[in-house]
Design a protein around this ligand. Structure first.
Ligand code: HEC
Length: 139
């Protein structure tokens, strides 16, 4: 009788210990997975450039116009995605001028049969700030 009782106590203590260990291990594993997973997750272009002054200024002007009804950053809708446009052109003064003129006067044929309408009320400065923002969005 006496022996049995002390054996039971021993087993309870052992079970308690196993639980504590198991809990601790699980926690460590979770932390390790998070550390490994973080760099793998791809940052969106919006996240990547959100603090760039060219991004902030250009986005404000693009939002104030009708651009977003035909262009998205990462996906083609009516017009090419801004990421595609950024991949095609170096951000040089020459390209910025050429694309700003196209935004102002409209155009067709570079990306397909659908034309971009003219934006004749845009100033050259605003169109250039928009284009600088578009060409910033490189992966
Ligand atoms: C009604 C739809 C529409 C709107 C609104 C629109 N776009 Fe476009 N955009 C297009 C299409 C379609 C093309 C592709 C034209 C082509 O193939 O030459 C394009 C092309 C472009 C290009 C690439 C031009 C090239 O030659 O590679 C830029 C830059 C651009 N748009 C910026 C803008 C900006 C900035 C605005 C807002 C002021 C805007 N777009 C508004 C439809 C639109």
């Amino acid at each position: 009788m006496k022996m049995n009782k002390s054996l039971n106590f021993g087993m309870i203590a052992l079970v308690g210990l196993t639980f504590a260990c198991g809990g601790g291990e699980t926690k460590t594993e979770t932390v390790a997975e998070e550390v490994v997973a973080a760099p793998v997750k791809e940052m969106s272009l919006e996240e990547k450039y959100q603090n760039d002054p060219v991004y902030i200024k250009g986005l404000e002007k693009v939002k104030a116009s009708d651009c977003l009804s035909c262009h998205m950053v990462a996906r083609k809708i009516v017009g090419p995605s801004y990421a595609e446009v950024a991949a095609k052109y170096e951000s040089t003064e020459e390209n910025i001028n050429m694309l700003a003129q196209k935004v102002i006067n409209g155009g067709v044929g570079t990306w397909g049969e659908v034309p971009m309408p003219a934006h004749l009320s845009l100033s050259e400065e605003d169109a250039k700030d928009m284009v600088r923002y578009v060409l910033l969005l490189k992966k």
